[in-house]
Each structure stands twice: as structure tokens, then as C-alpha cells.
Design a protein. Structure first.
Length: 362
């Protein structure tokens, strides 16, 4: 096993460690919440794996595969954006989706779902495609079906694995979920009281290639799964943000989503309009689904006060977030990850801020 990035055993994250906002030396979180109108959540930003899980990891897991199975490029960008923009507050999940994916519905039986996913994986065999529908909140394989976990051969070992995942998860992603939801409620209450706007933004990245066994992130995704050259903005609607299914209503007003897309085209100075797409290839997942459902619960109050409530998922192309030089390194075989360029991170964060400033002014 190459040198992996591990969180020391027993570490429980605090709310302060995973929350970011501008000028914390002179502004309290309470003040930041009264000035912000966007709550950014980064559910897949964590890459470091809790040390307690190390005994269950595949010996073939490398640092590159570890990082590739996350949206790690979002962590630095979201934190930098929050540092320069007093109108956003951000919460960043410190655990990787390996522990449990907070952008999937929380399983009623976490242990049972993980056990089922492992059984399906074991039956399919290493590196073989496996259907994890309904039980993918904790994945024992990456998206290229690399076996990230060493699947236990006996029931006792499987029980130890499952119980460790459940216990460890509460120290990081459990903290993230509680902080995210508490901040959301506080910002929602203010929007309803003051008749102002509040947007939940779920921030992600995806690469248009997956990994080989040699670690090259170079296998093209199917055309239907490929992201546009900058970002896909999703509200569970169609290509213009309009409703496509009455049972699955949009989480953001369609006209406002289109305005947000135009603001991103200007903010990121795109070469073609379709560099920013709507609901393609993804509709948006659990975080905006849950936020949309919550906003519908208070729709009458919002209408009475004039509050504007939206939830949107931003899925950036990882190649764009990392830059050409870093992407070229990852296209070659290897076991390590790239070093992020602080200048490039700042440029992307500044463009995010500029895009949302343009949107507010539209």
C-alpha cells in the first residue's frame, strides 16, 4: 500500500474545523450568517481516510486512487471562496464518500446496506461491474470498480468492518450533516423573517475520465455521463430548468436557474454557451432534494414574506478545477496525487464569487 492520507484514530471533527466564512478574526459565525444568502455544502470534498478503516482497505489502494474517489478539488476552492466572499458560508465534509455518502439518502440500516453492497461486490469479483442500486451510500468499489475495500471472507470480520464504519462516520461526516442542517435552518429562518433570499448550493466535481489499474485517470466516460467544459447546474428539471416530472419538482425556480447559468457564463468567460449546462448529465442528488422538500414545507410562509428559497447543485468539470498541467499528470500512470496551484485555486474561487455577484444583480 502506498502512503495514504489518514486521519489519526479517534479524531472527532468540530464544527469550527469544517465551517468557513470570510474574516473570522473580526466576524463571528452569527454575524456571517446574518450577512450571507448562500450556504455552500461540499459533501465529497474530504479525501483523508480515518485510520480506524486502514485494516479494511485493499492493499492495492494508492494515494491517487484514494483522492480520485473524492471531489477533493472542491475543498480548497470552496474554502477560498468563503474566505473572500462575505455573502457565503461553507461547510466541508472532512470524510470521503468511502465512509458514507451524505449526498445519498441516509440508509435506515447503514450496517445492513453496507453488508449487502459488500456481498454484491464479492459475488461480482474484483474489478467487475457491480450493481449497487439502493445500497450505494457506502461503496466498497470506486466508480471504475476498483476494490477499495478488502472484502472479508467470514461473518465476524464483516461485522467488525460494518460496525467500524458506522462508529467512525459519526466523528466526521455525521458532524458535517448536523452542522450543514443546523446552518441551513438558521439561514432559512432569517430569510423567512426578513423576506430575503436563501440558496443552498451543493458543490461537486467530476472528471470526464476514470482510472486504469495503473492509476492513469484516462479512460473516457460514456458520452451520456460527460460533463460540460465548465459546470453543470442542476435543479432536478430539464434542459431549461423547467419541471420534467410533477412527482420530482424543481428545487430552484427555472428562470432563476437560467439567470444563474448566464452569470456563470459571464463570470467564467466561457467560449461557448454549452460550457455551462443545466441538468446534464446529472439532475442533482440528495442534498438539493432534501433542501427542496424543506423549502416546500415553508412555501406559504415564504410567499407571505417574499422570501426566495432555492437549492441547486453545481457539478464542475474536475479537469477545469485542477487546470491543464495537473490534468496532464493524472492522465499518466502513477500512485500519487497532484499538488494544487494556489493561484489557480484563487482564480476559480474569484470566478465563483463574481458569477454569484452577477446573478444577484440580474
Amino acid at each position: 500500500m502506498s502512503a495514504l492520507d489518514l486521519i489519526p484514530a479517534g479524531h472527532t471533527f468540530t464544527a469550527e474545523e469544517i465551517t468557513a466564512y470570510a474574516d473570522p478574526e473580526r466576524r463571528s459565525l452569527e454575524q456571517a450568517l446574518t450577512e450571507a444568502d448562500v450556504l455552500i455544502s461540499a459533501p465529497h470534498a474530504g479525501a483523508a481516510i480515518p485510520e480506524e478503516l486502514a485494516p479494511f482497505l485493499s492493499p492495492a489502494l494508492t494515494r491517487r486512487l484514494q483522492y480520485d474517489f473524492t471531489d477533493v478539488a472542491t475543498a480548497a476552492i470552496v474554502r477560498r471562496w468563503a474566505a473572500i466572499d462575505p455573502r457565503v458560508v461553507a461547510v466541508v465534509n472532512p470524510h470521503p464518500r468511502l465512509v458514507r455518502d451524505p449526498n445519498r439518502a441516509r440508509p435506515a440500516d447503514i450496517a445492513g446496506d453496507l453488508a449487502t453492497a459488500i456481498e454484491r461486490t464479492r459475488a461480482a469479483g474484483a474489478w467487475q461491474k457491480v450493481d449497487l442500486s439502493g445500497v450505494d451510500a457506502i461503496r466498497p468499489v470506486t466508480f471504475s470498480f476498483f476494490p477499495i475495500l478488502e472484502v472479508p471472507e467470514d461473518d465476524d470480520a464483516l461485522h467488525r468492518l460494518v460496525s467500524t464504519f458506522v462508529e467512525v462516520g459519526e466523528r466526521g461526516l455525521g458532524v458535517y450533516e448536523r452542522v450543514r442542517d443546523a446552518l441551513s435552518e438558521r439561514m432559512l429562518e432569517r430569510a423567512l423573517r426578513t423576506g430575503s433570499s436563501f440558496t443552498r448550493l451543493s458543490f461537486h466535481d467530476t472528471m470526464n475520465t476514470t482510472t486504469t489499474r495503473e492509476g492513469a485517470v484516462s479512460v473516457p466516460r460514456a458520452e451520456k455521463d460527460r460533463l460540460p467544459d465548465v459546470v453543470a447546474l442542476s435543479n432536478r428539471g430539464g434542459s431549461r430548468g423547467e419541471s420534467r416530472d410533477p412527482a420530482d419538482p424543481p428545487t430552484m425556480d427555472a428562470a432563476r436557474l437560467r439567470a444563474l447559468a448566464e452569470a456563470h457564463r459571464a463570470g467564467f468567460r466561457v467560449s461557448q454557451a454549452d460550457d455551462v449546462a443545466l441538468n446534464k448529465p446529472y439532475l442533482g442528488s440528495q442534498e438539493i432534494l432534501a433542501a427542496g422538500a424543506r423549502f416546500r414545507e415553508v412555501a406559504e410562509d415564504a410567499a407571505r414574506t417574499g422570501a426566495q428559497l432555492d437549492a441547486v447543485q453545481a457539478e464542475f468539470l474536475r479537469e477545469f478545477l485542477l487546470g491543464d498541467a495537473a490534468t496532464a499528470v493524472l492522465h499518466e500512470p502513477g500512485t500519487d496525487w497532484i499538488t494544487e496551484d494556489p493561484t489557480h485555486v484563487d482564480e476559480i474561487a474569484q470566478a465563483c464569487k463574481h458569477s454569484w455577484d452577477l446573478y444577484r444583480a440580474s
